[in-house]
Design a protein around this ligand. Structure first.
Ligand code: CAA
Length: 693
């Protein structure tokens, strides 16, 4: 099938790209575009060419799924060279998004017209890359490096209006963008086309270079572990120091090197994994969601208030319900204070704040949930409490309403059993702070209707979340694996590592925070209570809690937080306490390297992930990775725990787990059968097929 249609309007040829879903520049499209352009160029009846597109995107960029495979001709830079070298003016008619290679197509044209709603950007940085088809050379020539560099460094697209202001487009079309492009093309035929980007150097002034170098110096300080920021600086600098052709070659070499970098591979893997989660194995893609116009949230604590804010932020009316007036007043005050903070910081206007607060109706008593299309319970984490609430809601809410629990550990079918409508009951597990964190685990217990799950997914996306369907089971996916890491932390402390060493290994890996700092932030008493309820112990963590050191809120935990400090300091008393625990257990403490600590923290998580897959609690390894990336700060360029394990090699992970199990006598560290099988077959998690949860 042809991916570009050629039509004529008078003397203007219109090449319309049509390569659903997003007009990605795969080989077929590149070939068709080159062919159509050549036809139009040689047709004597044609005086100018418009490149337009059908569908929701102008062009979403290179076809990311082709990256890492042998390049297929024609290459995009060659197609762009033909566009730019055309003797007949070429005008881009941009509607929807023009991203990456898509914007680079437009940059190679002699002029650009954008629809008012169009968005234009070079997001390659987010994939661990830099623009690879002339973006780093043409954009600075068109708008100056001081404006081009920040656009490429952030990867964030700009609106058509902003693009006009930057000089990136020549015109924003009030009406039909193709008609406007045709008119502009006719004008260019009459008065002569402007010089293409490659011929221009009027923007590359000494002043522009100076401004760019200041920005480059700032960026190189912040570039962290990503090599592509440095590559971007080098490529943009080449626009000043090299000829256009040499600059293109330099950009290409940098781009090609980055393509092979495992960090970019991981980011591309994440791109597809985050899209894959929308396909829920076992649920027909034709199943439609139920309509959600009004919501209710039970419990106005930190979680409930945050969830209510998610609805208000998405423009959905929500009733926030408590048992008593004083509790709901407190809850609403907390919500108001959070919005106020955003206003003070300048991220929210007072008018928007008022609009959002007005969407939250405070109420006392479950009766206020009667009109809701979905009720999310965020009450105390205790089965008895949840069952009582769900039993009561069953008699109150209208038929077909979804009843969701925000439980983080409890058995969802047992909660559903308190109602007469298990087909409408599921889990919607938000992460704290609920108004900020992107992850949403949708727990699918046996017996829930498919359209209830689809509704929760669709709602999650409306709330701006990353919803992942998971099976029912203690801690679901994220917290169950977190617990494996928490147990590993305890083992390491007893064996000889100190809190700052454990944390440093993890922050060195790319996490923003280590497990000890994280426990101090969340409150050590939370895990303590949960352990006590389950009859479990953790000698170090328990002793710290027995001393009343609950973390930041008490000024000390694993670390010291003098005068309300947010970053902890080493605490000699805690370190002595840890040494005492080791002694009581008869353990001779030894030192651990950062690599040993990492392996001991992360390998057990991978093992737990393998069990989760075996048990059908997660549909795909990618779903587990998406959960860890969006809920627990796993560094995106490491691709998530399961992708990371694949990069290490499952045979290595198995051997390390066996050694850890032998040393500690902890059978939980024995490699999961799935992990053993994959390793024995020389496979990775990526070889697994999706299965229903
Ligand atoms: N390559 C391959 N597939 C792509 C793609 C791309 N560049 N962009 C989107 N898709 C696919 C998605 O995987 C998805 O496929 P499935 O339906 O099979 O899952 C489908 O198109 C629709 O995508 P979304 O679900 O993301 O749809 P959306 O409407 O929410 O968003 C979008 C559309 C804004 C274009 C978004 O997909 C996006 O940001 N895409 C990536 C853009 C990008 O990074 N481009 C730069 C590529 S790198 C480059 O161009 C290098 C160069 O210099 C040559």
């Amino acid at each position: 099938m042809e991916t570009v249609r050629l039509a004529r309007q008078g003397e203007i040829a219109i090449a319309t790209i049509d390569n659903p879903p997003v007009n990605a520049l795969g080989q077929a499209l590149r070939a068709d575009l080159a062919r159509v352009l050549s036809e139009a160029s040689t047709d004597p009846a044609v005086t100018a060419i418009v490149i337009a597109a059908a569908g929701k995107a102008f062009i979403a960029g290179a076809d990311i799924s082709e990256f890492g495979k042998p390049p297929l001709a024609p290459l995009l830079p060659d197609v762009l060279d033909a566009i730019e070298g055309s003797e007949k003016p070429v005008v881009a008619a941009i509607q929807g998004v023009a991203l990456g290679g898509g914007l680079e197509v437009a940059l190679a044209c002699h002029a650009r017209v954008a629809a008012a709603s169009a968005m234009l950007g070079l997001p390659e940085i987010k994939l661990g890359l830099i623009p690879g088809a002339g973006g780093t050379q043409r954009l600075p020539r068109l708008i100056g490096a001081a404006k081009a560099f920040p656009m490429m460094l952030s990867g964030e697209p700009v609106s058509a209006g902003k693009a006009l202001e930057l000089g990136l487009v020549d015109e924003v079309a009030g009406g039909d963008v193709v008609a406007a492009a045709v008119t502009l093309a006719q004008a260019l035929v009459a008065k002569g086309a402007p010089e293409p980007a490659r011929e221009r150097d009027d923007r590359l002034t000494a002043k522009d270079r100076e401004a760019f170098e200041v920005l480059a110096a700032e960026a190189s300080l912040k570039s962290g572990d990503m090599p592509n920021a440095m590559a971007l600086i080098e490529a943009v600098r080449a626009a000043f120091t090299l000829s256009f052709a040499e600059g293109l070659a330099a950009e290409r070499a940098l781009f090609t090197a980055l393509l092979a970098d495992p960090r970019s591979k991981a980011l591309r893997y994440v791109f597809f994994a985050e899209r894959e989660i929308a396909r829920v194995p076992g649920i027909d893609s034709a199943v439609k969601p139920r309509e959600i116009a009004r919501a209710a949230v039970i419990g106005a604590g930190t979680m409930g208030g945050g969830i209510a804010m998610c609805f208000a932020n998405a423009g959905i009316a929500v009733t926030l319900i408590e048992q008593e007036q004083a509790q709901i007043d407190n809850g609403m005050n907390r919500v108001a204070a959070i919005y106020e903070m955003s206003v003070t910081r300048g991220s929210l206007t007072p008018a928007k704040r008022d609009e959002r607060v007005a969407l939250i109706t405070p109420a006392v008593g479950l009766g206020a949930a009667a009109e809701a299309d979905i009720v999310i319970e965020a009450a105390f984490e205790e089965m008895g409490v949840k069952q009582q609430i769900f039993g009561a809601l069953d008699a109150i809410v209208k038929p077909g309403a979804i009843l969701a629990s925000n439980t983080s550990y409890l058995d969802v079918p047992t909660i559903a059993a308190a109602t007469t409508r298990p087909q409408d009951v599921l889990g919607m597990h938000f992460f704290s702070p609920a108004n900020v964190m992107k992850l949403l685990e949708i727990v699918r217990p046996a017996g829930v209707a498919d359209d209830a799950v689809v509704t929760a997914m669709a709602l999650g996306r409306r709330l701006g979340k990353v919803p992942v369907v998971v099976g029912n089971g203690f801690g679901f996916v994220g917290n169950r694996m977190l617990e494996a890491r928490t147990r590993a932390t305890e083992r390491l402390l007893v064996a000889g590592a100190l809190p700052h060493e454990v944390d440093a290994a993890l922050t060195g890996f790319g996490f923003k925070m280590g497990p000890c700092a994280m426990a101090d932030l969340a409150g050590n008493d939370i895990g303590w209570r949960s352990r006590k309820a389950r009859g479990k112990t953790a000698a170090v963590a328990d002793a710290i809690c027995e001393a009343g050191w609950f973390g930041q809120k008490t000024g000390r935990g694993y670390f010291l937080y003098p005068d309300g400090a947010r970053t902890g300091q080493r605490d000699p008393e805690v370190e002595a306490l840890i040494a005492r625990v080791s002694q009581e257990k008869g353990v001779t403490r030894r030192s651990f390297t950062a690599d040993e600590i990492l392996s001991r923290l992360l390998d057990p998580m991978v093992n737990e992930g393998a069990r989760i897959l075996e048990e059908g609690i997660a549909a795909r390894p990618g779903d587990i990775d998406v959960i860890w990336l969006n809920g627990y700060n796993w560094p995106a360029w490491r691709g998530g725990p399961m992708h990371w394990a694949d990069t290490i090699g499952l045979g290595v992970i198995v051997a390390r787990l066996e050694a850890q199990a032998a040393e500690t006598g902890d059978t939980a560290l024995e490699p999961a059968p799935l992990l053993r099988r994959l390793a024995a077959e020389g496979k990775g998690f990526a070889d697994l097929k999706a299965r229903p949860v």
